[in-house]
Design a protein. Structure first.
Length: 394
């Protein structure tokens, strides 16, 4: 049972601060510090939440018994052994049921990863692409077959990249038993991987990481040192009025309705716009109407879906067609105790790693737009909140 993000308020704030530094191109050390603060906030929030759960459930359950109905005997054995020297010093692979739960949480609690249809696969990964050619040939019933539909398949090399995260287990938490340790491990790995995958799948440059949606993957794109160039803006979204909004949404869908090779693809009803947190309000305001019952109804035209992510560059919107980006995690998740000098006092620090792959099927699977709303939603500010990279007041 992974904890809901709504119960991890401090982590959400630190995550937003970290994402802002990434988008602003802050230095490596500054980003590393912010990442550490984000994960520390996650650990603190989890410790508070799990302590509350323990206090509630210990009255009726023994901490070492199956307090989580989804935990298996294999998982109980695995997480109990983490406390021992044998179970933590060597690299060990999480039980498949735990890996499945991490993957499920990635796709159910993170809308962008769900929209990208993130898949999990084995260690071997081959991307097969196909384009239909040929035509149906009509004739009399007993005539010979005069034509056929051919599929031309091409195989693309899929270089996977390793994504590594840290999972911290406070020594005090070891007393809670396997079910509680599983919550600590699964939640931390899920959120750490989600941060890395969202960032990479949106803006990754391809150098040791996936190739993001905002990157030019055309066959003639100038790739230097493994780095793919950023896409140029395909236009500007203004949301100036309902007619302009409909025209702009229609233009986006139409532009995405053709593959790089000129062949059509169904983009209507399958187009996703990824925006910065809060920007979705501008889209809602531009497309909201009041029906005869006085209720406010929101629906963007052409079935366009809005998804928020902290890793979208400011002033940009990234549009893509569902099913036109290959997003995969591969293999099991292995963890190993991190026994270097960075290990925290009174904590057990683990590294967790998995392999990932991401690349658009072609250069027209995604487009980047400048976002300059003509009538942005009213900008109210909390007078008790100081905005300085994540520091808040009351």
């Amino acid at each position: 049972m992974t904890m809901k993000l709504g119960n991890l308020a401090n982590f959400k704030d630190k995550k937003a601060a970290y994402a802002k530094l990434v988008k602003d191109g802050a230095g490596v050390d500054e980003q590393a510090t912010a990442y550490d603060e984000m994960m520390t906030a996650l650990q603190d929030d989890m410790n508070t939440e799990i302590t509350s759960q323990v206090d509630t459930k210990l009255a009726t359950f023994d901490a070492n018994r199956r307090v989580d109905s989804k935990i298996t005997n294999e998982e109980i054995k695995f997480f109990d052994e983490i406390k021992t020297e044998v179970g933590s010093k060597n690299e060990i692979v999480l039980p498949q049921t735990t890996v499945n739960e991490i993957f499920d949480d990635l796709t159910t609690q993170h809308p962008l990863l769900a929209a990208l249809n993130l898949k999990t696969t084995g260690l071997r990964l081959k991307i097969l692409k196909s384009d239909t050619k040929g035509a149906v040939v009509w004739g009399n019933i007993f005539d010979e077959i005069k034509g056929q539909l051919d599929q031309v398949f091409t195989e693309e090399k899929a270089d996977q990249n390793k994504v590594t995260a840290f999972a911290v287990l406070p020594n005090d938490a070891l007393e809670y038993g396997a079910a509680w340790l599983k919550q600590f491990v699964v939640t931390q790995i899920t959120e750490a991987f989600a941060v890395g995958l969202e960032q990479a799948y949106l803006t990754g440059d391809g150098n040791g990481k996936p190739i993001g949606l905002n990157r030019n993957v055309a066959k003639d794109a100038p790739v230097t040192g493994g780095v793919y160039p950023e896409k140029k803006a395909a236009g500007t979204i203004t949301l100036a009025d309902p007619k302009a909004t409909a025209s702009e949404m229609g233009g986006i869908v139409r532009a995405l309705s053709t593959k790089e090779n000129g062949k059509p693809v169904v983009a209507q009803g399958n187009t996703v716009l990824v925006v910065t947190p809060g920007a979705s309000i501008d889209f809602s305001a531009a497309s909201m109407i009041q029906n005869v019952n006085g209720q406010w109804v929101f629906a963007l035209p052409f079935g366009v879906q809005i998804v928020e992510s902290e890793f979208v560059p400011e002033g940009k919107v990234i549009a893509f067609v569902k099913g036109r980006y290959d997003a995969y995690t591969a293999g099991g998740v292995s963890i190993k105790q991190f026994d270097q000098t960075l290990a925290m006092e009174d904590m057990q620090l683990f590294t967790a790693k998995q392999f990932a792959y991401g690349k658009a099927k072609d250069n027209n699977a995604a487009l980047v737009f400048d976002f300059k709303p003509a009538n942005s939603a009213k900008d109210f500010k909390n007078p008790d909140t100081k905005i300085d990279g994540g520091t808040t007041g009351n």
